[in-house]
Design a binder for this molecule. Sequence first.
Ligand code: ARG
Length: 577
Amino acid sequence: MNIQSILSEKVKQAMLKAGADEQCEPMIRQSGKLQFGDYQANGIMAAAKKTGKNPREFASEVLQHLELQGIAEKTEIAGPGFINIFLDQQWLATHLQQALNDKNLAVSAVEKQTIVVDYSSPNVAKEMHVGHLRSTIIGDAVVRTLEFLGHNVIRANHIGDWGTQFGMLIAYLEKMENEQAGGMELSDLEAFYRAAKAYYDSYEIFAEKARNYVVKLQSGDEYCRTMWKKLVNITMEQNQLSYERLNVTLTNADIMGESLYNPMLPEIVMDLKAKGLAVEDDGALVVYLNEYKNKDGEPMGVIVQKKDGGFLYTTTDIAAAKYRYETLHADRALVFTDTRQSQHLQQAWLITRKAGYVPDSFQLEHRNFGMMLGKDGKPFKTRTGGTVKLTDLLDEALERAEKLISEKSTALSTKEQLSVVEAVGIGAVKYADLSKNRTTDYVFDWDNMLSFEGNTAPYMQYAYTRIRSIFNKTNVDENTLSTASFNLIDEKERALAVKLLQFDEAVKTVAKDATPHILCAYIYDLAGIFSSFYEHCPILNSDNQEQKLSRLKLALLTQKTLKQGLDLLGIKTVEKM
Ligand code: ARG
């Protein structure tokens, strides 16, 4: 159940009856302070202005028409014309019960869409870097959230598996295979790539061969295809290990690399030319966009085919957008890459729309993110200035978590300790990223992310185990609980109830805006509100049985909500720590 949309609907009806126009917006928001009720309508003043009425008078007319029987116990006008809404206790109790009965915590249904999510997208024969880490983590949390809401999600791992560099990589792979009888280990992709490049740059015969292989690969030569496939497989096998360590849901089946679109490019370029969008310019094909200006203030040219016939990253993204709509029948497509690719994507999509490949209703969204910075505020690097390898980063996370957990928790078996270390170490890295507003740069700081205080994975995981431990100390079973009712007498119980029912709103926001930090903030608030409830309202020591059961039910729903929330973020929970 989504409180905000229920109230929006009701208040809007009342506003219309009071004379507002169809466009009016009730602007229902969660109240920041208890005295302003649980929700407030902030759109009354603006609507009053349009009707020419005095805002407070208009507000009181709205109140006369507002039908919130059974939903709100009180409504009032505040300040210049806000409406404060105090939810009804019985109504809250009923919905808490529904949430508890439902495996999806009574999050309301949405219109099912097919949504393609392009994320992670590393490059073949290269190590994943921190940018891919962000894309992977954030993209996966959004994917989980969309699936939770019942959407048909298609994961698209848009790997960089095509381009002229493959001639050189194939030639080098061949050389290595010839020199090392019995195959070879390609564990260090970065070194492999560098060595191939060095060879290419210094030996003309090798370079010649490499260029020849590019042509052959593009024309479907079997040997080159096999060698190319080997490179893709080796890279993706290694990346798959990282996905598994990261508790990320991507598999090999989700790969939709650049090579998939390559056969579609000649036709697209021809079509763009036929439509008069692409024009020849010095041998290349260029689309001039009025919407973008070059440094001389003239329409910016975007190359879709080079002089030598080669295609570009932009052409591939035009094809990818078209493919999402035409072939995958998607309603919406999201791409998670860093902010620096913003202009590129917007231009590709503008061309896609101009060419009429997708209708206006088809949503193309670049969900960009900022950079991961070191403590010095500069792009995150190793001490020697190199790129940080994902595997090394995760190893360090586990080492640090192990130290932390062995200092803190002594009552765990070795096996338990291992799973706590894994959940905390990996969880900390992921949560640190997810909890920040994705569009800004953020500072990667081990000490912060591994702290048991603040909006961190260890804090959230610990909060979860604390609730679990309440249930370990009681013999009340779920059956007894299910017959008891929610009784919201204390202010803290009520506050917790309202927060629990706002899970729906947090999840819907993440699905709409692709902002997992909203869900992090929500569960962090929830854990905080639970802890103050727990301090003020004795649960197991309560001598009133009815109250004890009601409070246990609140604890149970909190536990489920935390777990579900963390699960949507791809963060593991443990039973004790
Ligand atoms: N492989 C690219 C990179 O490493 C990211 C691709 C993002 N997706 C896209 N459709 N352009 O930067």
